[in-house]
Write a protein that binds this ligand. Structure first.
Ligand SMILES: [Zn+2]
Length: 341
């Protein structure tokens, strides 16, 4: 019986080495190791042997089975790689064809600009102070020196909530009062970023929601010179070392004196173009010395403390930097626009 097994083993091994295609291999496997294969059937015969023959035959048939399985796997690997090579040379498979690119998300242009602004002010020692989007009339207007009948209220058309006196903030300036009341009498250096809302006709130049970054510095002996030096430094960090700046007198109810800062046009470098309306200058931010009334409302004695404040629109800055012509693109959620950043 064992002799027969060894003979079969030798014969099957030889046949396996001659199997040179997947089809031949399949046929061989079926004949040798399949459910009704030669070796499988011999394994089942162990039970019919006499008790003396059984252990030796059982051991040998298992050995043969293992060795044939091992040899089959090795031969399969050889045949498969040979077949793959044959396919490649026959079909001239183009392995240089690029794969499909993964779709990756990216940051919104407003977020990119905000982050750059945060980084610059962070380097200059200003902390981010978060303030609420929903405000009371008192914080949004009154405490900022804009009383009920003040003509300056016409500058901001407001969204009102169903709760009387509670509105969506029209600017980030109410955050100045929150920051001052929290830190008083410590000195302050903060920026206050966030979304603002105004009830306006939506056009290419104006939106009903937009980001603002407010800045506030309060301390002893802070002067207009500190304001100018700080903002000029910011403009150089934001728009380039050699970018020229200028200040123009302006009016805001919560600062006195007040100014607007322009930078040399980013597109024409001051020569004049459509974007700067041929002036060579772009308006970047509003600023001024914190009004004594506002300081007092924040808890600071204006005879002891002074400070400056400024506010800028990141979307407006992004429009100038990236040459975006329509502010409505920012919140239209059109991927054709957003994918460009
Ligand atoms: Zn220009």
């Amino acid at each position: 019986m064992i002799d027969q097994l060894n003979e079969d083993y030798a014969r099957l091994l030889e046949a396996l080495n001659e199997a040179n295609s997947s089809a031949e291999l399949d046929a061989w496997y079926k004949e040798a190791l399949g459910r009704k294969g030669h070796i499988t059937l011999m394994t089942r015969q162990v039970g019919q042997l006499s008790p003396e023959e059984r252990p030796a035959f059982g051991r040998r048939v298992n050995e043969v089975k293992k060795e044939l399985e091992h040899a089959y796997r090795a031969q399969s690997a050889r045949v498969q790689s040979a077949e793959l090579l044959a396919t490649i040379s026959r079909d001239s498979l183009d392995v240089t064809l690029p794969g499909r690119r993964q779709w990756r998300g990216r940051l919104h242009p407003a977020t990119l600009t905000l982050r750059e602004i945060y980084r610059i002010w962070g380097d200059m020692g200003f902390q981010i102070y978060r303030s609420r989007d929903v405000e009371t009339d008192e914080y949004n207007f009154e405490l900022l020196n804009i009383p009920e009948d003040h003509p300056a209220r016409d500058m901001w058309d407001t969204f009102h909530t169903t709760t009387p006196g509670v509105i969506l903030r029209t600017h980030t300036s109410p955050g100045q009062i929150h920051a001052m009341r929290e830190y008083c009498p410590e000195p302050i250096r903060v920026i206050l970023p966030g979304m603002c809302f105004r009830y306006e006709q939506i056009t290419a130049r104006s939106e009903i929601q937009f980001n603002q970054v407010e800045g506030l510095a309060v301390g002893h002996s802070i002067t207009m010179a500190d304001l100018k030096g700080t903002l000029v430094d910011f403009a150089k960090r934001m728009f380039g070392e050699h970018r020229k700046t200028r200040f123009r007198a302006n009016y805001f109810p919560f600062t006195e004196p007040s100014a607007e800062m322009d930078v040399e046009c980013l597109l024409c470098g001051g020569d004049g173009c459509q974007v700067c309306k041929y002036t060579g200058w772009l308006e970047i931010l509003g600023c001024g010395m914190v009004h004594p009334t506002v300081l007092r409302n924040g808890g600071y004695d204006p005879t002891v403390f002074s400070g400056f404040a400024f506010g800028m629109g990141p979307e407006r800055i992004a429009m100038l930097k990236f040459g975006i012509e329509d502010i409505r693109n920012f919140w239209a959620n059109d991927l054709r626009f957003l994918k460009q950043f």
